[in-house]
Design a binder for this molecule. Structure first.
Ligand code: ZN
Ligand code: ZN
Length: 374
């Protein structure tokens, strides 16, 4: 199922300021709070959806990423990683609602949590972006500790279920408020929410159950990507907590500029200097393309700045629909250092040319005469 747009979820415009977003979120959260709609699955979903949307739109950094990359740029379950978690006002508003409901909240995070997302910036060449490429990168991420196999307990020992919370990691208690009775949940103070206690921690990972490791990852980059393209690799992020799924890895691409090609979407622009003799007489030019050299005939009397189009010689569409074009812009180069003989010849040339062959120049000076009467 595709995710709904976060702005749509909160019922606000894309241009809304942070205050309006906060207000819209509060309204939704009050309306659909599970404690007000016990047993109503739909309300619960709406509440979760609103929370997720606000977690992103309520944070200006995350909101900017969302505006740019959509759902791929932000991950609702992430902590840290792409854009960071909770750096905005989420904490505040959580407390607001916490207060509204008499200090109780049954939906606190205590179950399995998805691991943090990771972001990796990868620079590739112009040609690699055009035709696609396979790359191997090395990232640092946490992996299961080899010594204790992820349990965090020293060899020969094991974790013990916390006797205070019986392994749930949370303590529940009921309170009465004018709005009704609420079940409150707080993390267990003995096991700090883990549900178990490690009496003899693993010497390798000090009880964490995981270690920071270098991990090699293969990436298939499709043809036609551009700077800012994001390749999501599901499940290649940090490991989850309490049996939660692994986070995702986002490869953000940066294309290195090419020496002679410029890119505009799927089109390529290439400026080619030609001599004024080539421009005047026409010539067959050697045109550099992505695939190699190709011949292209320019006609007699080609003006500087003229753009020629070579259809289908641009960048392939990233979704596989056709290719862009290659635009050749010819620039007529006027020689800077001429020897005496060359100057002499040019003067003779000018004498036999007269004015009439230079159409634009003639039209221009005709207009000058018209305007100034000289
Ligand atoms: Zn260990
Ligand atoms: Zn406990």
């Amino acid at each position: 199922m595709s995710k709904r747009d976060y702005y749509e979820v909160l019922g606000v415009d894309k241009g809304s300021d942070q205050d309006s977003i906060k207000r819209a979120y509060r309204k939704m959260a009050m309306k659909y709070h599970p404690d007000r709609n016990p047993g109503d699955k739909q309300a619960e979903e709406k509440f979760k959806e609103a929370n997720e949307a606000y977690e992103v739109l309520g944070d200006q950094n995350k909101r900017a990423k969302y505006d740019q990359f959509g759902h791929a740029g932000v991950d609702p379950n992430a902590q840290g990683g792409f854009g960071g978690f909770g750096s905005g006002g989420f904490g505040d508003i959580f407390e607001d609602i916490f207060d509204m409901f008499g200090g109780g909240f049954s939906g606190r995070r205590s179950g399995p949590q998805k691991g943090a997302d990771l972001k990796y910036e990868l620079g590739i060449t112009f040609k690699e972006a055009a035709f696609g490429v396979k790359k191997e990168i090395t990232i640092q991420r946490h992996e299961k500790c080899d010594t204790c196999h992820g349990t965090g307990a020293k060899e020969g020992t094991s974790k013990k279920t916390c006797s205070k919370c019986n392994g749930s990691g949370e303590i529940r208690y009921a309170t009465r408020t004018p709005l009704g009775q609420f079940v409150n949940v707080k993390p267990c103070d003995v096991c700090h929410g883990a549900g178990s206690i490690i009496e003899n921690p693993c010497l390798q990972c000090h009880g964490a159950g995981k270690e920071l490791k270098n991990k090699k990852i293969q990436i298939n980059i499709p043809a036609g990507v551009d700077t800012g393209s994001v390749i999501p690799l599901r499940g290649e992020g940090e490991p989850g907590e309490k049996g939660g799924p692994q986070g995702d890895l986002y490869i953000v691409l940066r294309i290195k500029p090419h020496e002679i090609f410029k890119r505009d979407g799927n089109d390529i622009i290439c400026e080619i200097p030609i001599t004024f003799v080539q421009a005047a007489l026409g010539d067959e030019l050697q045109i550099p393309t992505l695939e190699g050299q190709e011949k292209y005939k320019i006609p007699e009397g080609t003006q500087s700045g003229t753009i020629f189009r070579m259809k289908g010689k641009g960048i392939p569409n990233v979704r596989g629909y056709g290719r862009g074009d290659l635009y050749i812009k010819v620039i007529v180069e006027v020689p800077k250092r001429l020897n005496d003989k060359q100057k002499e010849l040019l003067k003779k040339f000018a004498d036999v040319m007269g004015e009439d062959v230079h159409e634009q120049r003639k039209t221009f000076f005709d207009k000058v005469k018209e305007v100034f009467g000289i």
